[in-house]
Ligand binder design. Sequence first.
Ligand SMILES: C[S@@+](CC[C@H](N)C(=O)[O-])C[C@H]1O[C@@H](n2cnc3c(N)ncnc32)[C@H](O)[C@@H]1O
Length: 267
Amino acid sequence: MTTDVYTHGHHESVLRSHRWRTVDNSAAYLVPLLERGQRVLDVGCGPGTVTTDLAERVAPGTVVGVDSSAAVIEIARASAADVAGVEFRQGDAMALPFDDDAFDVVHAHQVLQHLSDPVSALREMRRVTRPGGVVAVRDADYSAMTWYPASSGLDEWMTLYHEVTEANGAEADAGRRLLSWTRAAGFDPTGITTGADAWCWATPEERSWWSGVWAERVTSSAFARQAVAYGLADDVALEVLADAWRAWGDAEDGWFAVLHGWVLARA
Ligand SMILES: C[S@@+](CC[C@H](N)C(=O)[O-])C[C@H]1O[C@@H](n2cnc3c(N)ncnc32)[C@H](O)[C@@H]1O
Protein backbone atom coordinates (compact mmCIF):
# COMPACT_ATOMS: atom_id res chain seq x y z
CA MET A 1 0.00 0.00 0.00
CA THR A 2 1.14 3.57 -0.64
CA THR A 3 3.50 5.25 1.80
CA ASP A 4 2.21 8.70 0.77
CA VAL A 5 0.66 10.70 3.61
CA TYR A 6 -2.91 11.78 2.81
CA THR A 7 -3.11 15.42 3.94
CA HIS A 8 -6.78 15.55 4.95
CA GLY A 9 -7.37 12.19 6.62
CA HIS A 10 -10.98 11.12 7.23
CA HIS A 11 -12.13 13.16 10.24
CA GLU A 12 -15.90 13.78 10.27
CA SER A 13 -15.31 17.40 9.15
CA VAL A 14 -13.51 16.11 6.05
CA LEU A 15 -16.15 13.46 5.32
CA ARG A 16 -18.85 16.14 5.66
CA SER A 17 -17.34 18.07 2.79
CA HIS A 18 -16.68 14.98 0.66
CA ARG A 19 -20.23 13.66 1.13
CA TRP A 20 -21.64 16.82 -0.46
CA ARG A 21 -20.14 15.74 -3.78
CA THR A 22 -22.22 14.42 -6.65
CA VAL A 23 -21.62 13.77 -10.33
CA ASP A 24 -23.39 17.04 -11.16
CA ASN A 25 -21.24 19.22 -8.88
CA SER A 26 -17.96 17.30 -9.21
CA ALA A 27 -17.87 15.29 -12.45
CA ALA A 28 -20.11 17.16 -14.90
CA TYR A 29 -17.29 17.16 -17.48
CA LEU A 30 -17.55 13.34 -17.61
CA VAL A 31 -21.35 13.10 -18.00
CA PRO A 32 -21.40 13.23 -21.85
CA LEU A 33 -19.20 10.10 -21.92
CA LEU A 34 -21.23 8.04 -19.44
CA GLU A 35 -23.37 5.25 -20.90
CA ARG A 36 -25.58 2.59 -19.41
CA GLY A 37 -23.79 -0.74 -19.11
CA GLN A 38 -20.29 0.69 -18.66
CA ARG A 39 -17.74 -0.69 -16.20
CA VAL A 40 -16.39 2.23 -14.17
CA LEU A 41 -13.55 2.46 -11.64
CA ASP A 42 -13.50 5.33 -9.12
CA VAL A 43 -9.95 5.68 -7.77
CA GLY A 44 -9.57 7.33 -4.33
CA CYS A 45 -13.34 7.13 -3.88
CA GLY A 46 -13.42 8.35 -0.26
CA PRO A 47 -16.91 8.02 1.30
CA GLY A 48 -18.26 7.21 -2.16
CA THR A 49 -21.06 9.66 -2.92
CA VAL A 50 -19.72 10.31 -6.43
CA THR A 51 -19.14 6.56 -6.84
CA THR A 52 -22.76 5.66 -6.08
CA ASP A 53 -24.03 8.49 -8.27
CA LEU A 54 -21.90 7.07 -11.11
CA ALA A 55 -23.43 3.62 -10.46
CA GLU A 56 -26.94 5.00 -10.81
CA ARG A 57 -26.00 6.64 -14.11
CA VAL A 58 -24.37 3.60 -15.74
CA ALA A 59 -26.82 0.96 -14.40
CA PRO A 60 -27.02 -1.91 -15.26
CA GLY A 61 -23.27 -1.41 -15.53
CA THR A 62 -20.99 -1.70 -12.53
CA VAL A 63 -18.85 0.73 -10.57
CA VAL A 64 -15.97 -0.19 -8.28
CA GLY A 65 -14.66 2.34 -5.76
CA VAL A 66 -11.13 1.85 -4.45
CA ASP A 67 -9.38 3.77 -1.73
CA SER A 68 -6.15 3.19 0.18
CA SER A 69 -7.99 3.76 3.47
CA ALA A 70 -9.70 0.63 4.79
CA ALA A 71 -11.69 2.80 7.21
CA VAL A 72 -13.24 4.99 4.51
CA ILE A 73 -13.99 1.92 2.39
CA GLU A 74 -16.07 0.58 5.30
CA ILE A 75 -17.90 3.92 5.50
CA ALA A 76 -18.57 3.92 1.76
CA ARG A 77 -19.85 0.32 1.85
CA ALA A 78 -22.27 1.14 4.68
CA SER A 79 -23.63 4.23 2.88
CA ALA A 80 -24.13 2.39 -0.40
CA ALA A 81 -25.66 -0.79 1.01
CA ASP A 82 -28.90 -0.23 -0.95
CA VAL A 83 -27.30 0.83 -4.24
CA ALA A 84 -27.14 -1.82 -6.98
CA GLY A 85 -24.07 -2.28 -9.15
CA VAL A 86 -21.51 -0.68 -6.84
CA GLU A 87 -18.77 -2.28 -4.77
CA PHE A 88 -15.92 -0.90 -2.72
CA ARG A 89 -12.51 -2.37 -2.00
CA GLN A 90 -9.26 -1.23 -0.53
CA GLY A 91 -6.60 -0.56 -3.16
CA ASP A 92 -3.69 1.64 -4.07
CA ALA A 93 -3.83 4.04 -7.02
CA MET A 94 -0.17 3.16 -7.67
CA ALA A 95 -0.90 -0.58 -8.02
CA LEU A 96 -4.57 -1.03 -8.84
CA PRO A 97 -5.84 -4.54 -8.01
CA PHE A 98 -7.35 -5.13 -11.47
CA ASP A 99 -6.40 -6.74 -14.78
CA ASP A 100 -5.35 -4.73 -17.80
CA ASP A 101 -8.23 -3.23 -19.85
CA ALA A 102 -10.82 -4.04 -17.13
CA PHE A 103 -12.84 -0.79 -17.28
CA ASP A 104 -14.49 1.52 -19.81
CA VAL A 105 -14.06 4.61 -17.58
CA VAL A 106 -11.46 5.17 -14.85
CA HIS A 107 -12.16 8.25 -12.77
CA ALA A 108 -10.28 10.01 -9.95
CA HIS A 109 -11.65 13.10 -8.20
CA GLN A 110 -9.35 15.20 -5.98
CA VAL A 111 -6.83 12.38 -5.76
CA LEU A 112 -3.80 13.13 -7.96
CA GLN A 113 -3.03 16.26 -5.91
CA HIS A 114 -2.31 13.99 -2.92
CA LEU A 115 0.13 11.62 -4.63
CA SER A 116 3.90 12.01 -4.73
CA ASP A 117 3.94 10.43 -8.22
CA PRO A 118 0.72 11.40 -10.05
CA VAL A 119 2.22 10.57 -13.45
CA SER A 120 2.72 6.91 -12.46
CA ALA A 121 -0.83 6.85 -11.09
CA LEU A 122 -2.13 8.06 -14.46
CA ARG A 123 -0.15 5.28 -16.22
CA GLU A 124 -1.71 2.77 -13.84
CA MET A 125 -5.18 4.19 -14.51
CA ARG A 126 -4.56 3.81 -18.24
CA ARG A 127 -3.38 0.21 -17.79
CA VAL A 128 -6.75 -0.84 -16.34
CA THR A 129 -8.74 1.11 -18.98
CA ARG A 130 -9.65 -0.72 -22.17
CA PRO A 131 -8.23 0.72 -25.41
CA GLY A 132 -10.61 3.49 -26.47
CA GLY A 133 -11.92 3.89 -22.93
CA VAL A 134 -11.45 7.08 -20.96
CA VAL A 135 -9.41 8.23 -17.97
CA ALA A 136 -11.10 11.19 -16.21
CA VAL A 137 -9.37 13.29 -13.54
CA ARG A 138 -10.34 16.52 -11.78
CA ASP A 139 -8.37 18.38 -9.13
CA ALA A 140 -8.59 21.70 -7.36
CA ASP A 141 -5.88 24.31 -7.73
CA TYR A 142 -5.35 25.86 -4.30
CA SER A 143 -3.40 28.94 -5.41
CA ALA A 144 -6.24 29.74 -7.80
CA MET A 145 -8.88 29.73 -5.02
CA THR A 146 -10.23 33.20 -4.47
CA TRP A 147 -12.50 34.86 -1.95
CA TYR A 148 -14.04 38.06 -0.65
CA PRO A 149 -13.67 39.88 1.67
CA ALA A 150 -9.89 39.90 1.99
CA SER A 151 -8.71 37.99 5.05
CA SER A 152 -5.14 37.79 6.35
CA GLY A 153 -6.23 34.69 8.27
CA LEU A 154 -7.34 32.91 5.09
CA ASP A 155 -4.08 34.02 3.44
CA GLU A 156 -2.24 32.31 6.30
CA TRP A 157 -4.42 29.22 5.91
CA MET A 158 -3.47 29.08 2.22
CA THR A 159 0.25 29.40 3.05
CA LEU A 160 0.02 26.69 5.70
CA TYR A 161 -1.90 24.39 3.36
CA HIS A 162 0.92 24.67 0.79
CA GLU A 163 3.56 24.05 3.47
CA VAL A 164 1.85 20.92 4.77
CA THR A 165 1.19 19.44 1.32
CA GLU A 166 4.77 20.19 0.26
CA ALA A 167 6.01 18.37 3.37
CA ASN A 168 3.85 15.42 2.25
CA GLY A 169 5.35 15.48 -1.26
CA ALA A 170 1.92 16.43 -2.65
CA GLU A 171 0.91 19.21 -5.07
CA ALA A 172 -1.76 21.64 -3.86
CA ASP A 173 -1.83 23.41 -7.24
CA ALA A 174 -2.70 20.25 -9.16
CA GLY A 175 -5.49 21.63 -11.36
CA ARG A 176 -3.14 23.52 -13.65
CA ARG A 177 -0.81 20.50 -13.95
CA LEU A 178 -3.27 17.77 -15.01
CA LEU A 179 -2.70 18.29 -18.72
CA SER A 180 1.07 18.22 -18.24
CA TRP A 181 0.90 15.09 -16.06
CA THR A 182 -1.37 13.32 -18.56
CA ARG A 183 1.01 14.04 -21.42
CA ALA A 184 3.98 12.90 -19.29
CA ALA A 185 2.12 9.65 -18.62
CA GLY A 186 2.23 8.95 -22.36
CA PHE A 187 -1.42 9.45 -23.35
CA ASP A 188 -1.87 10.32 -27.03
CA PRO A 189 -2.16 14.15 -27.02
CA THR A 190 -4.82 13.98 -29.75
CA GLY A 191 -7.03 11.99 -27.37
CA ILE A 192 -6.80 14.49 -24.51
CA THR A 193 -9.49 17.07 -23.71
CA THR A 194 -9.00 19.52 -20.85
CA GLY A 195 -10.82 22.38 -19.16
CA ALA A 196 -11.68 24.08 -15.89
CA ASP A 197 -14.73 24.69 -13.76
CA ALA A 198 -15.48 25.96 -10.28
CA TRP A 199 -17.35 25.51 -7.03
CA CYS A 200 -18.67 28.72 -5.51
CA TRP A 201 -20.13 29.39 -2.06
CA ALA A 202 -21.96 32.66 -1.51
CA THR A 203 -25.42 32.16 0.02
CA PRO A 204 -25.73 32.32 3.83
CA GLU A 205 -26.31 28.54 3.94
CA GLU A 206 -23.34 27.82 1.67
CA ARG A 207 -21.07 30.16 3.63
CA SER A 208 -22.12 28.61 6.91
CA TRP A 209 -21.42 25.10 5.61
CA TRP A 210 -18.06 25.79 3.91
CA SER A 211 -16.70 27.96 6.73
CA GLY A 212 -17.91 25.47 9.34
CA VAL A 213 -16.24 22.59 7.55
CA TRP A 214 -12.91 24.40 7.33
CA ALA A 215 -13.02 25.92 10.83
CA GLU A 216 -13.22 22.34 12.09
CA ARG A 217 -10.75 20.90 9.60
CA VAL A 218 -8.01 23.35 10.59
CA THR A 219 -8.23 22.34 14.25
CA SER A 220 -9.39 18.72 14.25
CA SER A 221 -8.43 16.88 11.05
CA ALA A 222 -5.22 15.12 9.99
CA PHE A 223 -4.18 18.39 8.33
CA ALA A 224 -4.11 20.05 11.78
CA ARG A 225 -2.16 17.18 13.33
CA GLN A 226 0.38 17.23 10.50
CA ALA A 227 0.80 21.02 10.67
CA VAL A 228 1.71 20.69 14.35
CA ALA A 229 3.86 17.57 13.90
CA TYR A 230 5.87 19.23 11.11
CA GLY A 231 6.48 22.29 13.32
CA LEU A 232 4.55 24.54 10.92
CA ALA A 233 1.85 25.69 13.38
CA ASP A 234 0.76 25.30 16.98
CA ASP A 235 -2.72 24.91 18.43
CA VAL A 236 -3.04 28.66 19.02
CA ALA A 237 -2.19 29.45 15.41
CA LEU A 238 -4.73 26.86 14.22
CA GLU A 239 -7.44 28.46 16.39
CA VAL A 240 -6.64 31.78 14.71
CA LEU A 241 -7.23 30.15 11.32
CA ALA A 242 -10.52 28.68 12.55
CA ASP A 243 -11.59 32.17 13.70
CA ALA A 244 -10.71 33.54 10.26
CA TRP A 245 -12.91 30.90 8.62
CA ARG A 246 -15.80 31.70 10.97
CA ALA A 247 -15.39 35.44 10.30
CA TRP A 248 -15.49 34.82 6.55
CA GLY A 249 -18.61 32.70 7.04
CA ASP A 250 -20.28 35.54 8.96
CA ALA A 251 -19.55 38.15 6.27
CA GLU A 252 -22.84 39.01 4.54
CA ASP A 253 -21.00 39.63 1.27
CA GLY A 254 -18.69 36.63 1.66
CA TRP A 255 -17.89 34.75 -1.56
CA PHE A 256 -15.49 31.85 -2.15
CA ALA A 257 -14.58 30.05 -5.36
CA VAL A 258 -12.53 26.89 -5.92
CA LEU A 259 -11.09 26.47 -9.40
CA HIS A 260 -10.66 22.92 -10.69
CA GLY A 261 -8.76 21.60 -13.68
CA TRP A 262 -10.05 18.47 -15.44
CA VAL A 263 -8.78 16.11 -18.11
CA LEU A 264 -10.48 13.43 -20.22
CA ALA A 265 -7.85 11.19 -21.85
CA ARG A 266 -8.48 8.31 -24.25
CA ALA A 267 -6.63 5.13 -23.35
C1 LIG B 1 -9.87 14.34 -1.38
S1 LIG B 1 -10.40 12.68 -1.15
C2 LIG B 1 -11.50 12.49 -2.53
C3 LIG B 1 -12.57 11.46 -2.29
C4 LIG B 1 -13.57 11.32 -3.43
N1 LIG B 1 -12.93 11.05 -4.70
C5 LIG B 1 -14.41 12.57 -3.51
O1 LIG B 1 -14.15 13.42 -4.35
O2 LIG B 1 -15.31 12.73 -2.67
C6 LIG B 1 -8.98 11.75 -1.69
C7 LIG B 1 -9.10 10.25 -1.40
O3 LIG B 1 -7.98 9.59 -2.03
C8 LIG B 1 -7.54 8.56 -1.18
N2 LIG B 1 -6.17 8.23 -1.53
C9 LIG B 1 -5.06 8.94 -1.24
N3 LIG B 1 -3.97 8.31 -1.74
C10 LIG B 1 -4.42 7.17 -2.35
C11 LIG B 1 -3.79 6.11 -3.05
N4 LIG B 1 -2.47 6.06 -3.24
N5 LIG B 1 -4.57 5.13 -3.54
C12 LIG B 1 -5.93 5.15 -3.37
N6 LIG B 1 -6.56 6.11 -2.71
C13 LIG B 1 -5.83 7.13 -2.22
C14 LIG B 1 -7.72 9.11 0.22
O4 LIG B 1 -7.79 8.09 1.20
C15 LIG B 1 -9.02 9.90 0.08
O5 LIG B 1 -10.15 9.12 0.46
